[in-house]
Ligand binder design. Sequence first.
Ligand code: NDP
Length: 299
Amino acid sequence: MSTATIIDGRKFSATLRGRIAEEVTRLKNDHDLTPGLAVVLVGEDPASQVYVRSKGKQTLEAGMNSYEHKMPAETTQEELLAKVEELNNDPAVHGILVQLPVPDHIDDHAIINAIDPNKDVDGFHVINSGRLATGARGASAPMIPCTPLGSIMLLKDHLGDLSSKTAVVVGRSNIVGKPMAQLLLQESCTVTIAHSRTKDLPDVVRQADIVVAAVGRPEMVKGDWVKPGATVIDVGINRIEVDGKNKLVGDVATAEAMEHAGAITPVPGGVGPMTIACLLANTLTAASRQNGLEEPNLL
Ligand code: NDP
């Protein structure tokens, strides 16, 4: 019998996008300011094209300006750096995102770290990682990576105060696992980061009041790994084939986990929709900060 509550990321992200659109209207009316997001896509990767289209559409729907820069696969690192510099200097652009992955001949670290940290709406720049790790506030507050930001919003909305809870993050990537662990630590959780070399992973996960799975392995976290009543955030997006049909599954065996968890994010419809909503939130935050305006409270 399933008992877990489903944490509905689609509904939450729709509400968040509505709040963002209201704030954009307010910025336009009160300050004649329209937030602008520039997305740079190098090459023709089909999945990246879908993401970029979707980001552009939702940016416009929120009332912001969307600038798409498509560059050919043979673009050199220097040409891409020149594009980033042009956008850094463009006052109409408040947020810059270079869609990853970039082609192999380009060093993605060099590109990310060339973005003005205050326009780095993906939150991947080393300055933003450092600001997040040190708990910087006010004018030097970090831009927070979108997927972990969306995940912590869902957790706080569902659980309220996270303080003193035990959290296990499975995965230590720079874009999800590490920033997620930092956010949980900031909420005064006791945090363990697990990865491919972790011993006795099921037992480690079983300790957690909060489990965040960001691994990229279909349904790896089994139901009996989950402590009764735990809250499970499944970041994974994996395409698998079932009976000849494509199916999207997470990193958690959802049906099994629902027998144990208190609440769980589904895939699709959990963390996924939060990521673009948080990109828009970051763009709004960036536009407000760059113009010396108070940051909107979106929750
Ligand atoms: P990465 O491949 O960069 O990192 C995966 C992490 O999982 C690594 O730290 C790796 O450990 C760890 N890992 C791999 N195998 C195991 C294992 N058997 N046991 C324990 N840990 C393991 O992935 P990302 O962080 O970029 O993405 C993770 C998942 O989240 C993917 O499914 C991705 O599609 C999804 N994703 C979803 C987003 C969304 O919008 N919802 C956005 C971004 C990602 P090690 O470091 O030791 O190799």
